[in-house]
Design a protein around this ligand. Structure first.
Ligand SMILES: [Zn+2]
Length: 562
């Protein structure tokens, strides 16, 4: 009988041999039951076994793809915890102006595409930055060009060139006209139409002054035939996926999309064409969400490629850099200002009620300490009134300034703190100016304190606001080293273990997906990221030289493409 059993199990092994085996690696599972392994086997879209080389050997048959990791580090698939998926795709379309070194190069790039564009269609470019220029344009206003050359080379096409910061655009004269901007147009509140000495617009539109041009562009784009729009949106999905997957991302928390975009995602999921797993937040006004949320709630749709069960990212307050983050006390460098509330609290309250009714998570942006407190108040009230809604796991996005009194409330309410490690170091150079040293130290970017307060901390880079690289974000999270080499309140550094948790187990938990993602465990999805170097042990300065060796989603090697 023993022999018979053995024979049967051998046959079973053959029948159930692995589709993919990773061997000779450093597998960091993030699973306490088995923290380390050398090899792993997958079948269909799941992990079936982990262990030593000898333990995994029996899973290899002639049909198994075997990858020798050559000692590289494999960990659970990296989950981007907060991004804007379609915007990211959009940011990868159009002319890439990031490499341009002066205004002439910008104009030449635009001139190069003009002949191929239908008259009347807009030309869109992105990523220029005058600080990178080796030459001042002549003539110039405040170091910025005037529109004339751009208008000359593109007489039939409006041109809009989006600044690398996203806070301004530069346009030609046709785009100015299409936007209804003339010499007598007043500056809108919170924006500036830059003008020459005669008062004529130069083409530079700062902050809210760019809205008119962006709207004119949007109107123009929306008039195209439906099939053209559909294929462009599919291209956006593909471009965003290529960029994410090349950076080791296997799942993506998409913080705010319309129902229309979710329809597209659902179609793509039905076709098996969603390239990576999306956890999608609905971003619509409350009156639009009402009555639709129940129909759109999807969990693990399309073999776990699409989940819709959150409301986000309504912005409660503005950005800290422009004194918009809503603070409990005024800005140190602008004493009459405490920031502002963007989406009215009444709308957030209504969304929270809808979330409770429909079993959705709230994932709302709160940058300043006042914003975080208002959100905690709203969340707490809803939890209290609806005690039957267990485990809602509501989130506050960004959490850049938090009053110490509120830390205990996060923990008590099990509210998730969704941080951007890289914001601490991008914002670092001006944070002390905005908040003053004491407040910056006690309340600013308290990433380590959040973790040590027993709060679930999740991470991501907010692409396309920042690049999606988890390697860079990991590095910034564990070093707090700014571009200028200085450290930004290094006491708030995360340990490497904590930083990797924010990107794996914690991001999985924040999407209610800890049973299928976040650790390398038999039975979970075979989503795996392999780094070229051991980011857990190499000297910190070497982390940024780490490459993505493999991105594996559902047992399929998605990067590099074979
Ligand atoms: Zn965001």
């Amino acid at each position: 009988m023993g022999a018979k059993l053995e024979k049967m199990s051998n046959t079973q092994f053959n029948q159930n041999s692995a589709d993919l085996v990773l061997k000779n690696g450093k597998l960091l599972t993030m699973d306490a039951a088995r923290p380390r392994a050398e090899a792993l086997a997958t079948r269909e879209d799941k992990i079936v076994a982990l262990g030593s080389a000898a333990e995994i050997e029996p899973f290899i048959s002639s049909r198994t793809r075997v990858i020798d990791l050559e000692g590289q580090l494999a960990c659970p698939g990296i989950i981007e915890g907060h991004g804007h998926y379609m915007s990211m795709g959009e940011s990868l379309m159009g002319l890439d102006l990031r490499p341009t070194r002066n205004w002439k190069e910008v104009v030449d790039l635009v001139a190069g595409v003009v002949p191929a564009v239908e008259p009347g269609a807009w030309i869109v470019g992105r990523g220029w930055h005058q600080a990178k220029w080796d030459d001042r344009p002549s003539p110039n206003i405040e170091g910025l060009p005037l529109h004339h050359k751009l208008s000359e080379i593109s007489p039939n096409n409006p041109v809009i060139l989006i600044h690398a910061s996203g806070h301004a655009v530069f346009v030609n004269v046709l785009a100015l006209k299409a936007s209804g901007i003339y010499a007598d147009t007043p500056n809108p509140a919170g924006g500036e139409i830059v003008r020459d000495s005669q008062g004529t617009p130069t083409g530079m539109l700062r902050e809210t002054a760019q809205d008119a041009a962006r709207e004119a562009l949007a109107v123009n784009l929306s008039k195209r035939p439906a099939d053209v729009i559909d294929s462009e949106r599919r291209r956006q999905v593909k471009l965003a996926a290529d960029e994410a997957i090349a950076n080791g991302i296997t799942s993506f928390h998409d913080m705010g999309e319309t129902f229309q975009t979710i329809d597209l995602y659902r179609n793509l999921a039905d076709e098996g064409n969603l390239p990576l797993r999306l956890y999608v937040c609905v971003q619509e006004p409350s009156e639009v969400m009402q009555g639709k949320l129940a129909d759109y709630r999807m969990v693990g749709y399309g073999t776990n490629f699409l989940t819709v069960r959150a409301i986000g990212e309504k912005v409660l307050d503005g950005a800290l850099g422009v004194h918009g983050g809503w603070l409990l006390e005024p800005y140190a460098d602008l004493p009459e200002c405490s920031g502002f509330n963007v989406v009215p609290l009444a709308d957030i309250r209504r969304s929270a009620e809808l979330a409770i009714q429909n079993g959705y998570q709230m994932a709302i942006q709160g940058i300043g300490d006042r914003a975080a407190r208002e959100l905690l108040d709203i969340y707490e009230k809803n939890f209290r009134l609806n005690p039957s809604r267990e485990d809602p796991r509501w989130r506050i996005e960004h959490c850049q300034v938090i009053h110490p009194d509120d830390l205990v409330r996060f923990a008590k309410l099990n509210v998730i703190a969704s941080i951007r490690g890289v914001f601490a170091t991008s914002d670092g150079p001006w944070v002390v100016k905005r908040l003053g040293e004491k407040r910056a130290r006690q309340r600013g970017y308290l990433y380590r304190t959040l973790v040590e307060s027993g709060i679930t901390v999740i991470n991501g880079t907010d692409p396309p606001v920042e690049g999606i690289s988890p390697v860079e974000n990991f590095y910034r999270s564990v070093t707090r080293q700014m571009e200028n080499g200085e450290l930004f309140f290094p006491g708030q550094r995360l340990t490497r273990q904590q930083a990797l948790e924010t990107y794996t187990v914690n991001n999985a938990y924040a999407a209610f997906e800890e049973n299928i993602k976040g650790t390398l465990t038999p039975g979970k999805l075979a989503d795996i990221t392999v780094f070229s170097r051991d980011i857990m042990t190499i000297p910190a300065e070497d982390i940024l030289n780490t490459k993505i060796a493999y991105t594996i989603i559902g047992g399929n090697v998605k990067y590099p493409e074979s």
